[in-house]
Design a protein around this ligand. Structure first.
Ligand code: SF4
Length: 401
């Protein structure tokens, strides 16, 4: 596939003109936010946008209805959230959010920092399309199945598999060369591309890029046994004990929209917080007393600590009024479906239906609601589609897989 148009991914310095006003996207490599950064985001959301922090499926953040782009740029720069004006849109890095604290072979977060610094330090990599995604999986398999372009997947404490175009390339890397080889792969992608936005769009890209890497790095180890990388759908929710006996809390966020006021309370906890690719949060390094207080205060404000909540089954595109293509306000419709008990637990049978009023939509398990057939923001994996059409909602049951 050859594309002739440049990708139109928004950033902070290049806003997207959405139907409800300018939209800014802020890259958060590895999803990691310090308390100071979260406080800065809460303040900016309240003062300069519609008052919410939107979490994206790449663990990034969006502001809608931005009123003053210059002031937003200034605040984000001061908070360290815009370290490069040339590379801001290419810093799309997702990593296992629990890494180094709960489970996994190793801690991938130091590699995130190294990869981000390496990306920003190479002028040529500013030319990467804004759609390119890097993934770093600590071996638990939570982010490797999310369809990244270039990634690593830990096989043990010291070895990674190199992933290209979402698949195992067969290349095996020691920890100390993982960042260097990922950056070399990004450089190689630029050499191979002919307008394409994603690595998988380039014919035979994995084999061609692997050959290049082997030529440039003659010592690379190659395995004939390739990993399967299934999509992981378990969002980390609730209380988890860390390897150092402190506590991590996984918190769901209704439709991925975090009110500025809730973010302010979260920042006041003064612990690192991760934005996950499932539009949820992970609050880390708490002692037991603090973790109990977080649940006591933030659950009534809407954060979800109960893994059985129906809110964790649903996602939705921007819909009306944010998107001009939307046929309806899907987010209001899905919220009404949750509140009125029409989102059923996984396991109930699903049927294809057409022409339904919003109030008649009853769906079980993971479901994504879209304001038109483009299905923006649809999660990967087995998901039922609820799609607005001119004749009402259409239900396309999940492929069991
Ligand atoms: S799925 Fe359609 S309505 Fe929803 S955000 Fe995408 S283009 Fe807009």
């Amino acid at each position: 596939m050859t594309r002739t148009d440049p990708d139109s991914c928004p950033g902070v310095l290049r806003l997207h003109e959405a139907a409800d006003g300018p939209l800014a996207r802020i890259r958060v490599p590895g999803g990691l936010l310090s308390p100071t950064q979260l406080q800065a985001l809460a303040g900016a959301a309240a003062d300069l946008s519609d008052g919410n922090i939107e979490l994206t499926s790449r663990g990034n953040i969006q502001f809608r209805q931005v009123r003053d782009a210059a002031a937003l740029t200034e605040r984000l720069t001061a908070a360290g959230l815009l370290p490069s004006v040339t590379h801001e849109r290419v810093r799309n890095i997702i990593a296992s959010p629990l890494s180094g604290r709960v489970g996994g072979w190793t801690d991938v977060h130091p590699l995130v920092a190294g990869l981000d610094a390496g990306l920003c330090a190479r002028p040529r990599l500013a030319d990467l399309p804004g759609r390119v995604l890097f993934t770093l999986d600590d071996g638990r398999g939570d982010v490797s199945g999310l369809g990244g372009d270039i990634g690593v997947h830990a096989l043990d404490e010291h070895t990674y598999a190199l992933l290209l175009a979402g698949k195992d390339s067969g290349v095996r890397l020691p920890t100390d060369s993982a960042v260097e080889v990922m950056l070399a792969a990004a450089d190689g992608f630029l050499d191979l591309r002919d307008g394409q936005w994603r690595l998988h769009e380039i014919p035979d890209s994995t084999a061609r890029l692997t050959d290049r890497l082997r030529t440039d790095h003659p010592g690379l180890e190659i395995s004939a046994e390739l990993l399967e990388l299934p999509v992981h759908q378990d969002i980390p929710i609730g209380w988890m004990t860390q390897s150092d006996d402190r506590v991590t809390l996984g918190a769901g966020v209704r439709l991925g929209s975090l009110p500025a006021r809730t973010a302010e309370f979260l920042a006041a906890v003064e612990r690192p917080v991760f934005v996950t690719p499932w539009r949820s949060l992970v609050i880390t390094d708490l002692d037991e007393w603090a973790a109990e207080q977080v649940v006591r205060v933030l659950a009534p404000m809407g954060l979800i600590f109960d893994a059985a909540s129906p809110w964790l089954e649903v996602s939705a595109c921007a819909g009306m009024p944010g998107c001009a293509k939307s046929l309806t306000d899907v987010r209001a419709d899905v919220a009404e479906a949750v509140d009125s008990g029409r989102v059923l637990p996984t396991g109930a049978p699903g049927f294809a239906r057409d022409g339904l009023d919003a109030a008649d939509v009853v769906v079980a398990g993971r479901q994504h609601w879209s304001g038109c057939d483009r299905r923006c923001g649809r999660p990967k994996g087995s998901v039922t589609d609820v799609i607005a059409t001119v004749d009402g909602y259409r239900i396309v049951p999940a492929d069991p897989g």
